[in-house]
Design a protein around this ligand. Structure first.
Ligand code: SF4
Ligand code: ZN
Length: 311
């Protein structure tokens, strides 16, 4: 297989043709920079909180944001990394070790917030205690992560939270919301999240929105980032795992399926946002912790109350 641009040996075949290493790196970085520009994701005065796990996507997005800031001569010291240690053993300590290596090399400030310190329990322990409550690991993990990211991004005065969600993640989330008829949640997806500005939330940005998982994987390998490509031990347990396997299967048979989902979704997004705005369902402050809640106590306080009762 030869690169369609230069005839050198190709290392990946994309929908528009095969590319060699140099042309792939250029194509990938250019695609991310174009996404920054198209959605006006970044500004020189921004204080950027990059939500990181230590995996390939978070290291890729961190690296490219810093590169973009330096390219534009913007203050790169305004970029910091924020990781949540939910307490998933031995997976999380291992990805955090990769992350520490990466941040040290790239000279990026890293803050790690631990669920054990914040909530008095790790995810592993919480799951054992709450086995009868029928709460899925990814549900508790997602609720904790969103809460702590938002809380600490605000505390550290970030103007934007950047996440490493890629095209595969977003195609999965879109289908999950569709299958579960979560129209309101669907309005919060997209490259720039959020329906309306709210003081409880820091705006979320996804620069890898148009990058397929296999592309970020290849990019991180070519850049020799310290990534071990491990999977969370709970990854196969959730609803998302079924959707992911189903989509991968479909993509193999009908190339371009995931991109098709994203393209269709982006056409519908303005309608979904307008509909969600009409409802004007602004979050309230949780009476216990002050963070955002839809009604009554926030989801974190509800989970932590269950945990307390199991002690
Ligand atoms: Fe958390 Fe589920 Fe992701 Fe594991 S797979 S890190 S439990 S959301
Ligand atoms: Zn609360």
């Amino acid at each position: 297989m030869r690169c369609l641009k230069c005839q050198n040996k190709a290392i990946i075949e994309l929908q528009h043709g095969p590319l060699c290493e140099n042309h792939f790196v250029f194509y990938f970085e250019d695609k991310v920079y174009k996404t920054f520009k198209k959605y006006q994701m970044l500004a020189p005065q921004d204080k950027i909180c990059v939500a990181v796990s230590g995996g390939k996507d978070s290291q890729t997005v961190l690296h490219l944001i810093k590169k973009y800031f330096l390219k534009n001569r913007w203050p790169a010291e305004n970029i910091f990394a924020l990781a949540i240690d939910e307490g998933i053993s031995p997976y999380r300590p291992s990805t955090l070790a990769d992350l520490k290596k990466f941040c040290k090399k790239e000279k990026i400030k890293l803050t790690i917030v631990s669920a054990q310190k914040e909530f008095g329990s790790t995810l592993d322990k919480a799951l054992k205690k709450l086995k009868n409550a029928q709460l899925r690991p990814c549900h508790i993990c997602g609720v904790w992560r969103r809460y702590l990211l938002n809380k600490y991004a605000r505390k550290l005065k970030a103007t934007k939270i950047i996440t490493g969600h890629n095209l595969d993640d977003e195609a999965q989330a879109t289908l999950m919301n569709l299958f579960k008829a979560n129209v309101n949640l669907a309005a919060h997806l997209g490259p720039v999240s959020g329906v309306q500005e709210d003081t409880h939330f820091v705006q979320r940005i996804k620069p890898l929105y148009f990058c397929a998982e296999k592309e970020t994987k290849l990019y991180s390998l070519l850049q020799k980032f310290p990534v071990h490509f491990q999977e969370c031990p709970y990854a196969e347990e959730g609803y998302r795992a079924h959707i992911r396997n189903f989509l991968n299967d479909f993509e193999q048979k009908y190339a371009g399926t995931k991109q098709g989902i994203i393209k269709s979704y982006l056409h519908l997004l303005p309608l979904l946002k307008a509909k969600a705005k009409e409802k004007n369902s602004r979050p309230q402050a949780c009476p216990r912790c002050g963070e955002a809640a839809n009604a009554g106590h926030c989801k974190v306080c509800q989970i932590n109350e269950l945990l307390k009762n199991e002690n």
